[in-house]
Design a protein around this ligand. Structure first.
Ligand code: ZN
Ligand code: ZN
Length: 376
């Protein structure tokens, strides 16, 4: 660890998690100046993702204390000497971190980077150092997904930074960096749902609803949203679902077989619950594919009927970040939004960073689909 106190740096306001389960506490921290490959970003707004909450709860173990936040949007303030992607004044969305050197990165598949897990969940830079210190000069873990953006400023690695056009409201754009790109990318990049296909989203949170919007964009004709929260199903219908199933009342497997006349071509499981994985697989038709994106505790097992998998030629595949290359895909999603075809602003409710614990509670209760924290 190389944690020398910053010779130069600045004070920021950040939401710190110090113990398993939280809460998020707003603290003043000192943060270093950007290193050669880093960018100092004045955050405008940061989305809250389900992953932030499972990290807070240590379902995914990360070192504490830590500054979370991995759906940031802001304005570049300063760049390190080696940074070429962006310059001061650029509007940026912060996405996930990858190494840029491993075989998967070379193949244009950074979501499957060999070092991706360590770089996104390690709570430090690649060399193990952290950039933040608290009021007692004790180190605070950071660089979550290369950014740690529940803060007024983020020290982001250049590889997480995506330059975006300036004529769209920046405060909307942070969630494109993880949840929305996961849902839309799963449909458009990973599963490659096509015109005339049938698609079922198991879970109508921000990922599932993004998938529903994407399925409409690509021309799927039966788009089915499954959830247990009626308000989310209503929103799904408004965003493009042709059918909705309340899994608290009806059997989604039987309903989807009836709607599609034999089973869905594609399903996307975003709840992380093994019994829902089983439903999503059972809801597939011949040669159907189920994508898995829901975060489950490490070691969670799901089961399926081997014969019912093999005979109809079904597939299951895991998907990270919708197979996206953020530099390419996030600007595409912004263009779709500008043309009214990807109205993801409908998912968002704004909170002040001071109200971050309320945002988390509303997200967990399901009353808010996508909380976005304003930093001012
Ligand atoms: Zn890599
Ligand atoms: Zn996320």
């Amino acid at each position: 660890m190389t944690n020398a106190l910053p010779a130069r740096g600045r004070n920021i306001k950040a939401a710190v998690v110090r113990q398993k389960g939280g809460p998020f506490a707003i603290e003043t921290l000192a943060v270093e100046e950007p290193r050669a490959d880093e960018v100092s970003v004045r955050m405008v707004a940061t989305g809250m993702c389900h992953t932030d909450l499972v990290i807070r709860d240590q379902v995914y173990p990360v070192p504490l204390p830590i500054v979370l936040g991995h759906e940031g949007a802001g304005i570049v303030e300063r760049v390190g000497a080696a940074v070429t992607r962006v310059a001061a004044g650029d509007h940026v969305v912060l996405s996930f971190m990858s190494c840029g050197r491993c075989p998967r990165c070379a193949m244009g598949q950074p979501a499957y980077c060999a070092k991706g897990h360590a770089l996104c969940f390690g709570g430090a830079r690649e060399d193990g150092s952290t950039a933040m210190r608290d009021s007692r000069a004790a180190p605070v873990h950071d660089h979550l997904f290369g950014q740690s953006s529940f803060a007024t400023y983020a020290l982001a690695n250049e590889r997480t930074v995506v330059k975006v056009r300036k004529d769209v409201p920046l405060e909307l754009l942070g969630p494109l960096g993880c949840g929305l790109q996961t849902g839309a990318g799963s449909v458009m990049n990973a599963l490659r749902v096509g015109p005339g296909a049938s698609f079922a989203a198991f879970g109508a949170g921000s990922v599932g609803l993004s998938a529903v919007m994407a399925a409409r964009i690509v021309g799927a004709t039966s788009i089915i949203a499954v959830d247990v929260i009626p308000s989310r199903l209503t929103l799904a219908e408004e965003l493009g679902a042709t059918h909705v199933v309340n899994a608290g009342k009806d059997d989604p497997v039987a309903a989807i077989h009836t709607i599609t006349g034999g089973g869905a071509d594609f399903a996307l499981e975003s709840t992380g619950r093994p019994e829902v994985v089983r439903q999503a697989v059972d809801a597939l038709g011949t040669r159907g594919t189920c994508g898995i994106v829901g975060a489950a505790p490490i070691g969670t097992a799901a089961c399926f009927d081997m014969g019912e998998m093999m005979s109809p030629g079904k597939s299951i595949r895991g998907i990270i970040q919708g197979d996206s290359v953020p530099e390419l895909f996030i600007p595409q999603l912004i263009e779709l939004h500008r043309r009214g075809r990807f109205p993801f602003d409908r998912l968002i409710k704004f909170y002040s960073i001071e109200d971050i614990n309320q945002a988390a509670a509303d997200s967990e209760r399901g009353t808010t689909v996508k909380p976005v924290l304003r930093m001012t």
